[in-house]
Design a protein around this ligand. Structure first.
Ligand code: NAP
Length: 247
């Protein structure tokens, strides 16, 4: 089946975070797309290729050299048509979403920014130059609606929200520079919906079943959104249903 109809047939894609809930589903979906010839699937720990088209590679968002090495390896094969950054953190041992300003901690902020903002910025630094210059090409980073400042009506989750808001600024800034090199290229942030993954697992209480997406459904929606965007959409954030999210 061909889903990415707006890109050149035989296109080449890279997915960062291929071990994650949504990243694995995106990798699998792209592998079944007839228009996609090759997928570079990046994860922290090496994974075996599950299909011929998939070329696994290792990287760590907190290690710029690992991202530069990946870029050198991928660029040896030619340019890319699509880069999707599907990494992110909401909670781990150093980070628990804050309920109040009393919970704010420098360690949690450092962790959230390193993974959700600086890491994607480093991927942009090393992979935007690999995007094709002479045809449609896209860089998409998974963000979250809660990163929208205008949309924030509930409060809480300060470090996660702030790191995703920073990601939005990075996307806008890179989109401006990218447009100078390729007028039909896209650089966008995407909100995947509430998806049943390890990241959302502790926070799924109260989410109705029809609003809790499977990773496969979210991946299908996100690929369809990317396919339908126009160059004028570059520098903005979009949700799984194609609706624009204010920064
Ligand atoms: N799930 C949701 O409901 C939801 C809602 C809104 C937005 N999002 C966004 O969607 C994106 C994907 O989330 P998900 O639900 O698929 O989460 P997930 O299953 O927890 O996956 C997160 C991914 O990030 C990777 N990662 C974390 N730290 C890394 C590092 N230092 N270096 C390299 N990779 C690293 C993980 O790698 P390891 O496997 O090695 O840990 C994993 O591949 C995130 O940006 C998240 O903020 C998700």
């Amino acid at each position: 089946m061909t889903r990415l109809t707006s890109f050149q047939p035989g296109m080449r894609a890279a997915v960062f975070g291929a071990s994650g809930g949504i990243g694995a589903a995106l990798t699998e979906l792209l592998a079944t797309d007839e228009s996609v010839a090759q997928i570079y699937a990046g994860a922290r720990t090496s994974a075996a290729a599950v299909r011929d088209k998939i070329v696994p590679f290792r990287f760590d968002l907190t290690n710029e050299a690992s991202i530069a090495d990946a870029a050198a390896r991928v660029s040896a094969d030619g340019s890319l048509d699509l880069v999707i950054v599907a990494t992110g953190v909401l909670h781990d041992t150093a980070l628990q979403p804050e309920k109040t300003w009393r919970d704010i901690s420098p360690d949690a902020f450092a962790r959230a920014f390193a993974i959700n903002a600086t890491g994607p910025a480093l991927i942009a630094k090393h992979f935007l130059p690999l995007l094709a210059r002479d045809r449609r090409a896209a860089f998409a980073a998974l963000s979250a609606r809660v990163g929208s400042i205008e949309d924030n009506r509930l409060g809480g989750w300060t470090a996660y929200r702030a790191s995703k808001a920073a990601l939005h600024q990075i996307i806008r800034t890179c989109a401006i520079e990218l447009a100078r090199k390729n007028k039909v290229a896209l650089c966008v942030a995407l909100h995947p919906g509430t998806v049943d993954t390890a990241l959302s697992a502790p926070f799924q209480r109260g989410v109705t079943p029809e609003k809790l997406f499977t990773p496969a459904y979210s991946a299908e929606r996100l690929v369809s959104v990317i396919d339908g965007l126009s160059p004028a959409d570059s520098g903005h954030a979009f949700a799984w249903d194609g609706a624009r999210i204010p920064f």
